[in-house]
Design a protein around this ligand. Structure first.
Ligand code: BGC
Length: 965
């Protein structure tokens, strides 16, 4: 075999923490998964870092952590808060702070030193820091404030009601030199804070979505740089957000107060903000929201709704509104109708009838103080990419459509010039009709339209919305007198700002493209909660989608903190019965009357925590949700005392399958077993032996019940669908390997009989390729991965997809939006739905072969699964794959190339971890590493031979294996 082109193995550069001198280096310090977070709430925050060393087989044998109350003390190596001393061990994550009790507002500076396997100490890491939030309710001195809301509660179901955002401001004087200033705030609604004319931070949609009747999130910002000695102003713009704006499909189906779909949690937005100043002389001052703040609803933001859009009238003179009011200056904003803010409760009670599936209840929509304020623990939502428009078309005179070239979620920056009073209407769509018109049918009741009224600046004007976002690739501008310039529209991609953690490419460009589509779609949907889709009036944290996709999500990005936050939403949404609902947060019930949950959706409450533990080794998360998960399992058991599988609530089942219905009871039995298996593994991880044994027994009993009900004497299943076989294989119902292989063969025959096409929906598709490869059908798995026939991932790419679609045929070149059979429902046809992207779990775990062996990638499995040398078909079977995954320990890379019987595998195993490598090959004698026989390779030990592969124990480092298959 010719040596590999540099392009393949030299293209990416492994992020290197390594010092040039070959010593161990510790870096990448994180607290509660985040870099230098402000406002941490955990009493014992968990610390993590990574160690790296270019030598093979290196690792950490001990560490020393110092946590100091000041940067200066830390620089002097004084751990006045915590000095861990030298602690033996290889742990670099999930290390709980164990120093002096951490009080509210405490600033903590920390660093770490590590010892390598030769006993040599690394240098101290660069310092990192965190601050504690406001831990006790009495820390909050500020009052919840609002404006006098004289508008009657909206009652017209089919008519939009879009109130303006309100501005709040307060001048104050900082009497002495400011040492530190910190802003803590929360909103019932969403808020943008400003100080002295500057936006505080760069996050969108603060302070976040929660079930406000139980909890509101708060944010902490270090604003030392924004506050000055002398006159200052702190301001806020507050909009409806999830609290009182339109949520989900409430309007569409007539849910919520008066069936309007808005005011789900309350009538009038409210703000709580507390600016705490520490002066250089050690004294303190607090400026908190109270009735001395001024507010106006006459500002430029005339409408501000997450789903419907934002309207901005730039003629309203608002410049300088959040700057200190200079008594001698001319401030046009002061001419607006500013009124004293009121205490939020002064708006009084508003009772309304709240409609949801199967129920009408009377609710209180007047201000209720959230019983709990919780620190926001996810990374903030930010602009994570800017996209210039690629093309402008003019399908109709005066209608200009900008194409961003890819389907995203976010907002735009508008840059226009024109006469004062000109109203630009901005509409958004994911696709165009064949005649070039914007396609908006799939937005359902989401108006997804912004309006900008020009102030008429000669130099032109720019604007970007603050309180809305849309799912789109195309932006339509109307209302301009002249053709806009190409830079009139820039796409701003929004998302919770998680670190991207992977790369994937393979010899089939369509499938490389498909992986990119999953990343894009994940970004578009990991906005505040893992949503199903960003464009239509839905955007709910649908649990079935989340559990199917969570493992893929964890390859694509560091989802630890984001999902940690969402799991709090989920536990908060748990039903009294113990069931987890269909989506979280849970603003209203949907589906069958009285049903709150559905098989496989409800199980997300177990599957997602399990996955976070598996990927990040997070046992604290399991402890946190253990009681809730136990309650869930008790409910599941009560719901099915005979363990036969039942029809639970909403029977979404194998959603969007193609003509093969798998009975819900069958699916339920499989998912009950899956949840029981995962519970037993989690119980083991927590040292809960009795619980582990109990769940194992339940899982066994479910498997016995399954066998009795569904396996025929000849080994076939009485439920004869592809998904039935896949779920049985995924859940290890077949105890003997031969039995499982026979089942996989039957599955393969069923697929062949279906013209080599999948018939699986959400539930069957995710484990399909995993089950095939694990049970002797890898060539078929690879073929399906590359298939271009409808339905397939490749088909979607060939129809032009830049994101993952809700349906395989959301658009076809032949029938447009009517689908492959001409029957699609245009309103239920999202172009940004990650569920079918779950195949990338197989792409990373099985095809590239990067997996964890036990929790948290401390031990790694590298097990690539190339198609066999005999594999044939069109497109040409994959002959190379290169992928990497940045685990909690650092980068793991797997790159392989197959050429007939020759196989080449290049891998990187992070320092401080070890790997078991299952190298395709006939025997150890035919394997070389870096051109040398295995016996001479440093860091490699042959463990055994297995049919078709050689099993190696590999130390950390970079390796180049060659083998003969
Ligand atoms: C969502 C799905 C979700 C489903 C439940 C849909 O409206 O978009 O992805 O899981 O409802 O069947």
């Amino acid at each position: 075999m010719k040596s590999l082109p540099l392009l393949l193995f030299g293209a990416h550069c492994v992020t290197s923490l390594a010092a040039d001198d070959g010593a161990l280096k510790s870096a990448g310090l994180r607290t509660e998964y985040l870099a230098d977070p402000e406002g941490v709430e955990a009493a014992q925050p968990r610390l993590q870092w990574q160690v790296e060393c270019p030598q093979r087989g290196q690792g950490q044998t001990a560490y020393h952590i110092l946590v100091a109350s000041s940067a200066e003390a830390l620089a002097r190596n004084e751990g006045d808060l915590w000095d861990s001393g030298k602690v033996t061990g290889d742990a670099t994550s999930q290390i709980a702070y164990a120093g002096k009790p951490l009080v509210s507002r405490r600033q903590c500076f920390w660093k770490v030193q590590a010892w390598d396997r030769n006993g040599a100490a690394s240098a101290w890491s660069e310092p990192a820091q965190w601050s504690m939030g406001l831990l006790k309710p009495e820390d909050w001195k500020a009052q919840w404030i609002s404006f006098i809301d004289g508008t009657p509660l909206h009652t017209a179901r089919q008519k939009l009601h879009l109130p303006p955002a309100h501005h709040y401001r307060k001048d104050f004087t900082a009497a002495r030199e400011v040492k530190r200033a910190t802003l803590y705030f929360s909103a019932l609604g969403i808020a943008e804070m400003q100080i002295n004319g500057h936006r505080v931070g760069d996050a969108y949609f603060e302070s976040g979505w929660a079930d406000y009747a139980k909890r509101a999130c708060y944010r902490t910002h270090d604003v030392t740089k924004l506050v000055q000695r002398g006159g200052n102003c702190v301001g806020a713009i507050v909009a409806d957000g999830w609290y009182s704006g339109y949520v989900g499909y409430g309007m569409f189906v007539g849910y919520g107060p008066n069936k309007t779909g808005r005011n789900i949690y309350g009538r009038t937005p409210a703000l709580l903000a507390q600016l705490e100043i520490e002066y250089a002389d050690g004294s303190h001052e607090t400026v908190g929201t109270d009735t001395s703040w001024q507010t106006t609803g006459d500002g430029p933001i005339r409408e501000a709704d997450l789903l419907m859009g934002e309207s901005h009238d730039a003629r309203v003179p608002m410049d300088g509104w959040s700057k200190f009011r200079d008594p001698n200056g001319i401030m046009k904003w002061a001419g607006l109708n500013w009124q004293p803010a009121i205490r939020a409760e002064e708006n009084g009670s508003t009772k309304a009838k709240f409609f949801e599936s199967g129920a009408v209840k009377e609710v209180e929509l007047g201000f209720r103080k959230p019983p709990k304020l919780a620190a926001y623990t996810a990374p903030p939502i930010r602009v994570i990419e800017e996209l210039p428009a690629k093309r402008i078309t003019e399908p109709k005179p005066g209608t200009y459509i900008f194409d961003l070239g890819q389907n995203i979620a976010g907002v735009i920056r508008l840059k226009v010039k024109g006469a004062a009073g000109t109203v630009v209407q901005i509409r958004y769509g994911e696709m165009l009709h064949t005649d070039g018109r914007l396609m908006t049918e799939n937005l359902r009741k989401a108006r997804a339209t912004d309006f900008y009224t020009l102030r008429g600046d000669d130099a032109g004007e720019t604007w970007q919305p603050r309180f809305t976002y849309h799912g789109f690739q195309f932006v339509e501008l109307t209302g301009l007198a002249e053709k806009p310039a190409p830079d009139a529209v820039t796409g701003l991609v929004l998302g919770n700002d998680m670190q991207a953690t992977s790369d994937f490419a393979c010899s089939d460009p369509a499938m490389t493209q498909f992986w990119k589509n999953t990343v894009r779609t994940q970004r578009a949907n990991f906005i505040e909660v893992p949503t199903d889709c960003p464009q239509r009036d839905e955007r709910l944290g649908w649990m079935g989608d989340a559990q199917i996709y969570v493992r893929t999500a964890s390859y694509n990005a560091d989802v630890s903190a984001f999902l940690t936050k969402w799991l709090d939403d989920l536990e908060e949404a748990q039903r009294d019965s113990g069931a987890y609902p269909d989506y979280a947060p849970y603003p209203f019930a949907h589906g069958k009357p009285g049903a709150t949950h559905g098989t496989a959706w409800t199980d997300a409450g177990v599957i997602v925590p399990y996955t976070i533990w598996k990927v990040y080794g997070d046992t604290r998360l399991l402890e946190r949700h253990w009681d809730s998960m136990t309650k869930f399992m008790e409910w599941r058991r009560r719901a099915d005392p005979d363990l036969k599988g039942v029809s639970l609530g909403n029977t979404w089942g194998d959603w969007l399958n193609l003509g093969e219905q798998t009975p819900i009871e069958y699916i339920d039995l499989c998912y009950h077993r899956l949840s029981a298996l995962l519970m037993s593994a989690m119980a083991d991880a927590l040292g809960k032996r009795e619980a582990a044994a109990k769940y194992r027994e339940t899982a066994d009993a479910l498997a016995r019940s399954f066998r009795k009900q569904f396996i025929r004497p000849d080994g076939s299943l009485s439920v004869d669908t592809q998904t039935a076989y896949v779920l049985a294989l995924e859940n290890r119902i077949f105890t003997e390997p031969d039995e499982a292989r026979a089942a996989a063969l039957r599955l393969a025959q069923k697929i062949a009989a279906n013209d080599s096409r999948m018939a699986t929906g959400f539930l069957g598709t995710k484990p399909l390729l995993l089950a095939l490869t694990a049970n002797g059908q890898n060539d078929l798995a690879c073929r399906l991965f590359q298939s271009r026939k409808f339905p397939s991932w490749g088909y979607e790419v060939e129809q032009g997809a830049t994101s993952v679609w809700e349906r395989w045929d959301s658009f076809t070149k032949e029938h447009g939006f009517d689908g492959a059979n001409g029957k699609n429902n245009a309103a239920m046809n999202s172009f940004s739905h990650y569920s079918f992207g779950s195949v990338m779990q197989w792409g990373f775990q099985t095809l590239a072969g990067i997996d964890t062996d036990g929790p948290g990638y401390q031990r790694i499995i590298i097990r690539p699964n190339p198609p066999s040398p005999e594999a044939t078909g069109e497109p040409k079977p994959l002959d190379w794959v290169k992928a990497h995954y940045d685990s909690i320990h650092g980068r793991i890379a797997s790159e392989w190339r197959a050429n007939g019987a020759s196989f080449e595998l290049h891998i990187t195993i992070p320092t401080n971890t070890t790997a078991t490598v299952f190298l395709p090959g006939k025997d150890a004698a035919s394997v070389t590493e870096g051109g040398k026989a295995l016996a001479d390779a440093i860091g490699v030990k042959v463990l055994r031979g297995e049919p078709g592969c050689v099993v190696l124990a590999v130390e950390s480092g970079t390796y180049q294996f060659q083998s003969k298959r």
